[in-house]
Write a protein that binds this ligand. Structure first.
Ligand code: NAP
Length: 489
């Protein structure tokens, strides 16, 4: 698997520093002349002398680059087409191994010069609006002309990401090709490029990422171990929308490595559960975590579920069994564990739970089942009332939250208010902490929410969502490991 660093830093000297800094993580470099201060021979030569063997030369037009489209002076910096091809042609003898030119560009001089110098041609197509028509035919034509096809497509939803997988599958016989899924729906293919049958994946660093969905080469390797994974690597992942902020890949991939398992855990942004299940069957996913907003909807697609899932109606873990997909809920035990470890569940009598969404359901059921009297408060009072009725809890209105006769021993914040990036928000500003209650905010980005900081200042004992995240993930990992062992054992 070729990991290619696209040099995108605004200053050429910084580009060279990036190359040196990330050299051990990469197998190829792309020099984007359109992003160079001056597309100079000496700069390209310097890159070639410090780079791995594979150096790709490209000169993007604004219509082929989302990065250029975002720059304020993109159109002003567009150079005449003949000049662009002339510069590319002139720099072919600097030591580069590949040159990238776009589909539909007629450049006989460039092709002739590339042939003389043994520089390979990458013929690229960029589509920011889903899959173009006649993609299969186009790729076959490029390959049969002896060029390397590169298709970079921006899937706008799960169905288009699935479609791209089918296209890649139909092109399996073409070994030398680059297939990129841009943006959040295609992200899994950037970190597991073999799924698209792609020989190469691009990465970039710094504030100017070359394309939507790029991560830096260190993350690509340290989190996703991209150089050591291949067709026999077992697949796990997480589905959600959005999902790229999730820290679960860091945890699970680290544990896979520590346990010597040939497995990888990938984030899948999903807006259509059925398209995801088709994808999961197609690529052979063994198990996955489920996050917002799919924890309820996923249940109807499963063959069997655990007792907690049946009771709570929320599922955060799915694994493949011999009979079909099985759903569990590790949030339940994961939520209780940090409280139990601190001895806080002993004599726990009364709790206030803020929120009535998916996570709150688990929190409320876990506390009620542990014998705690629970009051629920939520922006939408009707949802608090319904959850209270279902779980055997009480509910209170936002304005009555401080007027409960018993004082809460525990306050659990389980809404998404205060979660990154909206870190200044407080879900219950009218609530005045006494200072002797335990306050548990299940948000984990940021680690200390504004609500938790306010509780700390009032003298409360606090727990952040990190403990729950790790505990539920550890429990999930056990389920994934059993599924792995079942297949390989
Ligand atoms: P959800 O099902 O979408 O529920 C969102 C909750 O937040 C609802 O109660 C909603 O109230 C409330 N809310 C949203 N925006 C609000 C606003 N502007 N003002 C007041 N209330 C608002 O989401 P979820 O799955 O329950 O997740 C909630 C949070 O828990 C997320 O931040 C998630 O990251 C975190 N979480 C952490 C862990 C962990 O392991 N630490 C596990 C699961 C979830 P309405 O009913 O009025 O809409």
């Amino acid at each position: 698997m070729i990991r290619c660093l696209s040099l995108t830093a605004p200053k050429d000297a910084r580009k060279l520093r990036d190359l040196q800094e990330y050299r051990k993580y990469i197998d190829a470099v792309e020099v984007r002349l359109d992003l160079c201060e001056f597309p100079e021979r000496s700069f390209v030569q310097s890159v070639c002398s410090h780079a791995p063997e594979m150096v790709i030369l490209s000169y993007r037009r604004p219509e082929d680059s989302s990065l250029l489209q975002k720059l304020p002076d993109a159109e002003a910096s567009r150079i005449p087409e003949a000049k662009r091809l002339e510069v590319l042609t002139e720099l072919l003898d600097t030591g580069v191994s590949h040159v990238d030119i776009e589909v539909g560009i007629d450049a006989p001089d460039l092709l002739r010069r590339a042939k003389q110098l043994n520089v390979k041609i990458i013929r690229s197509l960029h589509s920011f609006e889903g899959l173009p028509e006649q993609l299969l035919q186009l790729v076959r034509e490029i390959a049969s002309a002896g060029e390397i096809p590169k298709i970079a497509v921006y899937p706008r939803n799960s169905a288009e990401a699935l479609q791209l997988l089918y296209v890649a599958d139909a092109l399996k016989d073409i070994k030398e090709k680059i297939v990129i899924g841009m943006g959040p729906y295609g992200f899994f293919g950037r970190v597991a490029p073999w799924l698209f049958g792609s020989m190469l994946t691009f990465t970039s660093v710094g504030e100017q990422l070359a394309a939507p969905g790029h991560i830096d080469p260190a993350q690509l390797e340290d989190v996703y171990h991209v150089s050591s994974n291949n067709d026999s690597t077992l697949l796990f992942g997480i589905i959600g929308n959005p999902v790229l902020h999730s820290r679960s890949p860091q945890l699970h991939n680290r544990w896979f490595r520590e346990q010597g398992m040939n497995a990888v855990y990938l984030p899948f942004q999903v807006d259509d559960i059925d398209a995801f299940f088709e994808l999961a069957e197609k690529v052979g996913i063994r198990g996955f975590s489920v996050t917002v907003p799919h924890k309820q909807e996923v249940i109807s697609r499963l063959h069997s579920v655990s007792e907690e899932v049946r009771r709570i109606g929320s599922c955060n873990t799915v694994v493949r069994t011999e009979r079909g997909w099985h759903g569990s809920n590790t949030d339940f035990e994961g939520f209780l564990r940090p409280l139990q470890e601190r001895g806080e569940m002993r004599n726990m009598s009364t709790a206030l739970v803020i929120g009535a969404g998916g996570a709150a359901r688990t929190v409320v059921f876990a506390l009620v089942q542990s014998g705690v009297k629970v009051y629920i408060v939520n922006r939408t009072a009707e949802k608090a009332r319904l959850l209270a009725q279902e779980a055997g809890a009480q509910w209170v209105g936002l304005d009555a939250v401080s007027s409960i006769p018993e004082s809460y021993k525990l306050v659990v914040q389980s809404t998404s208010v205060g979660m990154s990036p909206d870190t200044d928000a407080d879900p219950l500003p009218q609530y005045r902490f006494r200072g002797d209650e335990m306050v548990y905010d299940i948000i984990y980005t940021p680690e200390r929410s504004r609500f938790l900081q306010r509780a700390e200042r009032a003298g409360c004992r606090t727990i952040s969502g990190k403990g729950m995240l790790e505990a539920q993930a550890e429990l999930q990992f056990e389920l994934f490991r059993n599924s792995y062992n079942l297949l390989l054992g």
